[in-house]
Design a binder for this molecule. Structure first.
Ligand code: HEM
Length: 475
């Protein structure tokens, strides 16, 4: 048994010893765990039962944890000792999307290397002029809406931006969804994560036996998505045939080049799965993080003014942050997003399973025990962040003065940690600075509804149910 925590915590308990909310015979807590509110239900139980506790999905026990040190331990001991929940891999395989996020074992490392290179610091810096041009197109779209006095559903508009960015960076093709109204690929992509959430939390793979309306819609969407991905791959192959001597310009071309090498393990299926993975991972997370930040900005006029001042100073005469180096003057723009992600982590639940029997936090966990870690409780713990309930972007300023109070960076697990930490975090940081500074320089933003009407929804990522915003032009 891998004895990770036993020495410090004394004798071990078993999973069956863990406290569990009362449920129904045979079904356990199944009907108390509506997928759309799962993170809120588990956070409430964590307060009541402490960590770890257990929930029963029928006869399957699922352990739920909040301790930051254990979260860190598990994340760092991947991929050899822990993996993500196995239903994620099987659900993504069925959807043709078993790429970097869901890959495990020997299949994970080579994919990680390719994608890390594509999303590296230096690549994003080289990509900056294109990123800035896409942000300019986003501004044009927003100015048109503002002129027409339209209320914008910001989560949708932000997803157009993130899809155009991810596709251009990773696949060398800009789908221009910012310039289209209907028929964009986001309409189909939007069904994937909620479906993943339903399937990962299902008692058994019911969709193998009955097809519900949601599953029919998903199947139709997946046909469209795969057609879209295949066409993009064919166009990239054609570009490479036209210029056989030029090096790969983006992730897709790098994967196609790796596929052509002798004894390559990069299959067509794997290329397609990673295109899909990046489209989904790059779209939803950053767009919703910025949307949550806008909710806080709209509710605080003095913060909005400070962001305006910072943006005007950094952008000067330019409409968009003029160059990569000027991004460093937009730290408050990124801080509001970091702070929004602390209070509203878009990855609110992270899933693991031990690959062998382990002892964690004094609990003996057989191989395959399902583990859910909740991201937010550690970030709302006063031992980790001073006045944790307060939205305070200034807590992210550098350098921090010790008299500012506790700020435990290790508890900020919104991008994960260890070998599988989010490879898209630099790109997300640049997108956040670019979009917030563009918005603040050109508009005063106002939420079109009472913030109390905005609900958190668990759709694999944790998203707002709506974020309607009115933009008032400043010039
Ligand atoms: C605010 C934005 C984002 C947040 C909060 C976020 C969060 C996360 C989290 C929590 C994980 C799991 C990390 C772990 O297991 O330790 C993850 C993994 C991943 N993210 Fe992100 N992400 C964001 C943006 C992006 C972007 C922009 C991309 C790509 C364009 C991306 C691609 C991925 C991929 C491919 C993985 C899987 C990595 C692996 O398993 O090795 N993410 N992300």
């Amino acid at each position: 048994m891998a004895d990770l925590q036993l020495k410090t915590t004394g004798s071990s308990r078993t999973v069956a010893d863990l406290p569990c909310p009362p449920g129904l015979p045979l079904l356990g807590n199944l009907f108390q765990m509506a997928p759309a509110k799962l993170h809120l239900t588990l956070e409430r139980w964590a307060k009541q039962y402490g960590s770890p506790f257990r929930v029963q999905l029928g006869t399957i026990p699922i352990t739920v944890w909040t301790q930051v040190d254990l979260f860190q331990t598990v994340m760092r001991e991947r991929p050899h000792l822990y993996r993500r929940f196995s239903p994620i891999e099987s659900a993504m395989t069925e959807l043709g999307g078993n790429g970097l996020f869901s890959a495990e074992g020997a299949a994970w490392e080579p994919q990680r290397r390719l994608i890390m290179r594509a999303l590296s610091f230096s690549n994003i810096k080289a990509f900056y002029p294109t990123l800035s041009a896409i942000t300019e197109r986003f501004l044009v779209r927003l100015q048109t809406a503002a002129k027409e006095n339209r209320t914008l559903e910001m989560t949708d508009d932000l997803k157009r931006y993130t899809v155009d960015v991810t596709s251009t960076l990773a696949f060398g093709e800009d789908p221009h969804t910012l310039e289209q109204e209907r028929g964009v690929i986001q309409e189909q992509l939007a069904l994937i994560l909620p479906a993943l959430m339903r399937r990962v939390t299902a008692l058994f793979p019911y969709w193998h036996y009955v097809t519900l309306p949601d599953d029919r819609r998903l199947a139709r969407a997946m046909v469209e998505v795969h057609r879209y991905v295949q066409k993009m791959i064919e166009r990239a192959r054609e570009r490479m045939r036209q210029s056989p001597d030029s090096p790969p310009h983006n992730l897709l071309e790098a994967m196609l080049a790796a596929h052509n090498e002798p004894d390559s393990t990069v299959t067509d299926e794997l290329i397609s799965a990673n295109v899909l993975t990046l489209l989904v991972a790059g779209e939803d997370t950053t767009a919703n993080a910025i949307a949550w930040a806008l909710m806080y900005i709209a509710g605080d006029s003095s913060l909005q003014y400070r962001l305006f001042e910072q943006s005007c100073a950094a952008l000067g005469e330019s409409r968009i942050c003029p160059d990569y180096d000027s991004l460093k003057h937009l730290d408050l723009c990124e801080a509001v997003c970091s702070e929004a992600l602390r209070l509203r982590p878009v990855a609110a639940i992270q899933t693991f399973e031990p690959l062998t029997e382990v002892c964690l936090g004094g609990v003996a966990l057989p191989a395959g025990t399902r583990m859910l870690f909740l991201t937010r409780p550690g970030m709302l713990d006063p031992q980790n962040f001073v006045h944790p309930e307060v939205f305070d972007p200034d807590r992210w300023k550098h350098p921090r003065d010790p008299s500012d109070g506790v700020h435990e960076q290790k508890a900020y697990l919104t991008f994960g940690a260890g070998p599988r930490v989010c490879p898209g975090r630099y790109l997300a940081g640049v997108e956040m600075r670019l979009v917030i500074s563009m918005l603040m320089k050109h508009f005063r933003i106002e939420l079109a509804i009472d913030p109390a009407e905005i609900e958190e929804i668990s759709a694999f990522t944790m998203v707002p149910n709506k974020m309607p915003v009115r933009l008032h032009p400043l010039t």
